[in-house]
Design a protein around this ligand. Sequence first.
Ligand SMILES: Cc1cc2nc3c(=O)[nH]c(=O)nc-3n(C[C@H](O)[C@H](O)[C@H](O)COP(=O)(O)OP(=O)(O)OC[C@H]3O[C@@H](n4cnc5c(N)ncnc54)[C@H](O)[C@@H]3O)c2cc1C
Length: 499
Amino acid sequence: MSTTRRDFIRFVVAGSITAGCPIDLSLLAVGSEPVQVDGDHYLVCHQIRDGHRFAHPPATRKYDVVIVGGGVSGLTSAYLLRDEDFLLLEKEPHWGGNSYEEEYNGALYSTGGAFVDGEESAINLSKEIGLPQLPVDNWDGSIINGEFVPDTWGDGLDHLPYPQHTRDSFKRFRESMLAIDLEKREVELDSVPLRKFLEGYAPEVKQWWDTFGPSNWGAASEETAAGLVVDVVQTTAGANRKDRRTTWPGGLGAISKRLSEVLHLHQDRMLLNAETVAVVPQKHGVNVTFSRNGKLETVAAKGVIMATPKFITARIVEGMPQTQRTAISQIHYIPYPVVNLIYDRPVFNLGYDTWCPGNIFTDITVADWVVRNQSGYKQKYNILTCYTPMRREERSTLLTEDGCRRVAGKVLRDFQKLSPNNNVDPVEVRIYRRGHPMYMALPGNYKHVLPVARQPMERIFFANTDSEGPVSTTAGGIDAAHRAVKEYTVGTNATLHTT
Ligand SMILES: Cc1cc2nc3c(=O)[nH]c(=O)nc-3n(C[C@H](O)[C@H](O)[C@H](O)COP(=O)(O)OP(=O)(O)OC[C@H]3O[C@@H](n4cnc5c(N)ncnc54)[C@H](O)[C@@H]3O)c2cc1C
């Protein structure tokens, strides 16, 4: 595609590398260097990272519990505590965190979380809040050498457009994964990298998992805990396989949106654009200082639930034990933009989630897949969500709008090269950038690191999906909320009201 042609396509950049940091610089404590704030406000977040301290004004209000972070985990915590005197603080101008939906002329699409994989906590919660789940019912295909192959790890392995010996290698790998007793070897398989299990197979097998891993759990085969792949192969290619996945148009953003709607009655206790800068244990409670509308405010609480990612949590919570800080420093996060290609005609509708090894993006989902067969539905826009996980050393590319546009441009270029049918111009290309949204499922993370990172402090409790594992999921965020709320009630002797 020529540069001139691309210039006619509208590129929209949203989100920010630190997920926004709307802080008035004048609030910074004395002694900070003057900095220039640009559209993404990341400089101030980096100042927090670098240890700047904020003033802590005296507490002006009291709550039973303050929840910090309005992603799905914080929203679920608020939902479980809806009859209590809670305050929910979210720094972005919208709820949802990494599960956030957007729309184009009424057509919903995802900027992050895609589907629930049969996890009961997510299914039960969505039922309870009146959001019927819609089945995906489509095994993932792959596009290899320009050819779409349905059901990659099922019948697809017989049809991969590779030489016979490469296809055989894929099949041998599948058989060896199916033969492993995962339950018996769970702890061992959490601590060894997948690389060891790929030795002796065709490089294309490794390439396939180096595509799948970063998209699903932030790590390629060198750094992936092997048990995850054993589990995926057994679930997708085992004798009793069943596609358990469900979603909605807009992906898992639908669940956060619905939670925020259900909590509408309590909106005076749910603050957007409220960035927490300090959580400080007191003798009989905890003080939380946050910035909103250019002002710092402190509130007092009996307990606090931190539903923020741990790399932020560790910088805001004072008095955290060193062992917990050390564990948190071992959790690594990848930069992960998501590019949505918006077409006003059908361009690609062959499968829900399609893997594309060898491209800048790893996989594509079709935004309206689960409603496409509903009677009366007509696809107005074919919106393709291209997952584009990046390596940690590439994070700075997302700091500038120009860097983001380059990434989005490469996604479009690679998509158009996949097949001649794709060589159509979209009406718009949107990139949603996030600097640290997904923790990596590194060997040892699940069994050894996360249990220490989530240890409750006396009156401070830890939610967020990065408390749970083995991989970053919306269900993990929901599970973490249930556990943190329970710990809060026990830790503060709270008696919950029920409606
Ligand atoms: C591209 C992508 C694809 C994914 N696909 C899937 C999928 O298909 N299925 C699945 O189950 N999961 C998926 N996930 C993972 C899933 O989206 C996350 O696990 C889930 O959304 C995490 O929710 P959370 O509330 O625990 O954390 P977060 O979403 O990280 O929420 C934390 C919130 O805290 C806020 N915050 C941070 N600092 C502060 C502060 N100082 N003060 C106040 N607020 C603050 C943030 O703005 C954010 O809203 C995907 C993730 C990504 C990035």
